[in-house]
Design a protein around this ligand. Sequence first.
Ligand SMILES: Cc1ncc(COP(=O)(O)O)c(C=O)c1O
Length: 466
Amino acid sequence: MAEAPLYERLMQYNKEDIYPFHMPGHKLGKILPSSCLLNLDVTEVKGMDNLYEPEEVIAKAQKLLAKTFGAEETIFLVNGSTAGVIASILGVCDPKDQLILARNSHHSAHHGMILGDITPCYINPKIIEPYGLLGGISSEDVEETIKRHPKAKAVFITSPTYEGFTSNIKEIARIAHQYNKILIVDEAHGAHFNFHSSFPKTALSQGADIVIQSLHKTLPALTQCALIHFHGTRANRDRVKQTLRMIQTSSPSYIFMGMMDLLRKTLDEQKEKLFEPYIANLMHLRNTLKEMNHILLLGEELNKQYAIEEIDISRLVFYTGYTNLSGVEIDRLLRNKYKIQMELSSEIHFIGISSIADTKEGFERLLNSMKEIDQGLIFNQKNADIDNILYPPSEIIISPREAFYAPKEVIPLEDAEGKVSSNFVVFYPPGIPLLSPGEKITKFHIEHIKRRKNEKTIEVIRRGGL
Ligand SMILES: Cc1ncc(COP(=O)(O)O)c(C=O)c1O
């Protein structure tokens, strides 16, 4: 019999009764009306408008989105926030421009550098030293970086981070604008912020010029559904729109756009009804799990520290550094024994994503499982090796684009000092590139890689390739 291995695996996942504390935010269709999806799958026939030249029904839907999300103008993204991040960078910067870039930005921002021949001026986020996790980007560091790179066109910040930590966007926007820079905020993980006062303030309300949000991460929307928002006149919106047309599909999904339109209407009509019970369930979980003996559920104690403005309470970040099990092991236990799938895990933490689609039963299952797991653990403080999370300042020798196209070779790690990196080297946590393409490799980098990875070689720009 013929097989459909992926389809069958997906159907099996649904049958196993696994509770998803991961994206997408509709939580395996707990909220979305799925029966009509195929009926929405049309193309630019009469009456359906055109995403790239919207005049009628798409233009109207986008206007309504802008109002609901607090923007002057909003555009559907049908290839995720990835498309919005790349388009915003290409739309704002010219080739050879500099962009002030938070080093913990998503790959798509680094890819935007390569596509547009733009050179990054990195800002490192603050490190939460007791936990070895990344905090926010400090406004002082933004100002200092602008002063060192006065010609940079724009500032690109990721807020919130994967861990749900926001930076002080209001102050960063004030500084960026004072120096005549455009502020782009990757708010991929914060699409829900505008819908309840318990969440951090939105980047749009704090003065950002361009904001990108993935609806599919934290709201009930299909994977790839995202929005790009504009505020004010600093950014050239037409160029961003032109770029979107270059990098997105020429067959935008009407299922995605139609369902985003429906989600917006649902939020407009039933915001309180959807968010109040969710926040109550979430707070019950957070308050109860605060009492665990070994695992820490990170929370509002981090506000205003480590350049974190506010934490997003919807993001469930469990720190396991004081226990005898790693985050990966507890994640595995949750899946195998308790049928709960979290979003991500590492040696020292694991993360769950919650949304309005989560049920009381789902929260109860997580709460009871976590209490039971915590009771079986013993105290075991892991060495917080500070060297693993503090990175040296970067020295950029060539742009990421030049590094991308330059001839490369793989050499012994021992011989790499002084060479130019041709690739990313990232460790998680903390999840920021130790090296990115075009940066000089130092003794520090070599020691760090040896310590954290059983790797004997590294890819560099070939001698004579510069
Ligand atoms: C901070 C951040 N920005 C952008 C993206 C890209 O989002 P999408 O998956 O919607 O393309 C991600 C994806 O995980 C992300 O974490």
